[in-house]
Structure formats: structure tokens, C-alpha cells
Design a protein around this ligand. Sequence first.
Ligand code: FAD
Length: 277
Amino acid sequence: MPGRDARDVVTAVADYTKLDRPESPARVRLNSTVLRVRNVGNDRVEVIYSRGGTLYKTTARQCVLACWNMMIPYLCPELPDVQKAALHQLVKTPLVYVSVALKNWRAFQRLGIHAVEAPGSYFSSFTLNEAVDIGGYRSVRSPDEPILVRMERTPAKYGLPEREQHRVGRAELLATPFETFEREIRGELGRALGGGGFDPARDIEGIAVNRWPHGYAPEYNSLVDGDTPPEKMPNVIGRRRFGRIAIANSDAGMGAYTDIAIEQAHRAVHELLGTVA
Ligand SMILES: Cc1cc2nc3c(=O)[nH]c(=O)nc-3n(C[C@H](O)[C@H](O)[C@H](O)COP(=O)(O)OP(=O)(O)OC[C@H]3O[C@@H](n4cnc5c(N)ncnc54)[C@H](O)[C@@H]3O)c2cc1C
């Protein structure tokens, strides 16, 4: 990315080829799915990953697994059973953000609204793009101009315990065809905005459905976790160092935010270095 801060990157295009250069001290290998990680002898970790249909094997002195914690037992089956059981509990919340391109937002203006909360509906809320000007980006000002609307859905099966709701929601998300999303989008926007003159057939220009089967990291929930002491929480048991393998990701901190991910990465690296974070 060119530049130095948020203002410079808003409209910039990332050069992904720079992530994996032989001369770089740190290299990021995109589109590579790790299938197997194991301690070998006393001084190495072996990692097997898949890329473009081919399997590769590499070794490292040490390894941080910063992926979704609930998958780690499959990558590293030698982990103690109690740790694998804890990792299996760290189920991320599935999430859908939809961007709907509208030719104009006159209906919103006529109704005097910028957002709709619709608990119980297919999409629990939708919002006009925020009016933010930053760097080279200028937001839309006139209701006659095209704009994006963001619609949110957290697929879940009500009535089940929280983590089971997420598992069922993820299965639903993976099986839902685009047509279902499109029908629900057109129906919900039509019903909510029809009084302002909105016509889905005329006013919708395009739809992008972004699905995160593994979205937000799990967080403390008093209904599920109750008075569990910190040392017995699944993330604390699950993130124990295993030989030369340490475990990070926001799941390990049970907090769905970037600062938690950074803190957990910092802790995991210090565990491997044998230093205090
Ligand atoms: C739609 C959405 C919006 C969000 N908005 C915000 C926000 O505004 N602010 C905020 O603080 N947080 C936000 N979050 C939460 C955000 O995910 C975290 O803050 C942050 O990305 C967590 O970083 P992480 O490194 O823990 O995990 P991730 O960013 O999820 O990184 C894990 C990586 O591991 C990779 N991976 C998984 N399995 C394997 C495997 N077997 N082999 C190789 N790679 C693997 C994944 O592809 C992924 O790239 C949002 C999350 C979602 C889904």
C-alpha cells in the first residue's frame, strides 16, 4: 500500500505480490490452507499446506497457529484431549454483510430515515453508507446520486444453546443460494421503503453478498459461561503452548476485535521466545 496512514489507503489498490518475496524477512503465502502441523524431534515443527491443489511440506523452528481455534484439533490431533475439547468450544459467529447498490436514495430522504432496525426479519438491520470523507474518498451527498446500503444477517437457530446456534447458522449459510438472498433483499427493502416510493425492480442496481461462515470470535456470555473462573475458560485452556507450537487469533482472547488479535499474537510469540509479554 502506498502512503502512511488511513487517508492514503482508502482508495489505494494493494500490491499482493509484495507479500511473498524471497528477500523479505517475513513472507505471507496467500491461498495456502494448512492441513497438518506437528512437533518433530526437539527442535522443529513440520507444516503441510495445500496450494492450488498441490500439497507442500515446510519446517520451522517454531510455529504460531493464528487461525480459527475450533479448527486446530483437526490440524494438530496430537494435542491433549482436554485442550482439543476446549478449542472445539470456540465457535465463531457466522455473519453476512450485503451491499446493495441503489440508483438513488430518494425513498430514504422522503421517509426521513438513514437506517432500519428489523429484529426477527431475515436481515436484522440495514443502513445507508455513512457520510464519511477521508483521503481521496468523497461520500455521496445528494439523494439523487447512487449509494450503497449495508444489510446485516447473523444466521442462527433460535432455541439452541449459543454455540450450537452458530454451528447450525454456519451450515445454513453454506447451503443458502444467492437467489434466496436476492429474494429476501428485494422483499425486505420493498416492504420497509415502499411508503417512500421505493421500487426494488427499478431502484436496485446490484447486489454483493459477503458471507463469513467464521465471523466474529466468541465472547464471554454469562448464559453459557456463568461463573467459570478465568483459568477454566475454553480460550485459556485451548491456547496452551504445545511443544514448539503456540496458539493465537482473537478466539484465544475471546474478543472479536483487532486489538485482541494483536494482544494474542504478542502473547503467543513471547511464549515461544520464553520471554514475558
Ligand atoms: C465482517 C466483519 C467485520 C468486522 N469488523 C471489525 C471491526 O470493525 N473492528 C474490529 O476490531 N474487528 C472487526 N472484526 C473482527 C475481526 O475479524 C478481528 O478483529 C480480526 O480480524 C481478528 O484477527 P485474527 O488474526 O484473530 O483472525 P482473522 O483475521 O480471522 O485471521 C485468521 C486467518 O487464518 C486463516 N486460516 C484459517 N484456517 C487456516 C488454515 N487451516 N490454514 C491457513 N490459514 C488459515 C484465515 O483465512 C484468516 O485469514 C470483524 C469481523 C468480521 C467478520
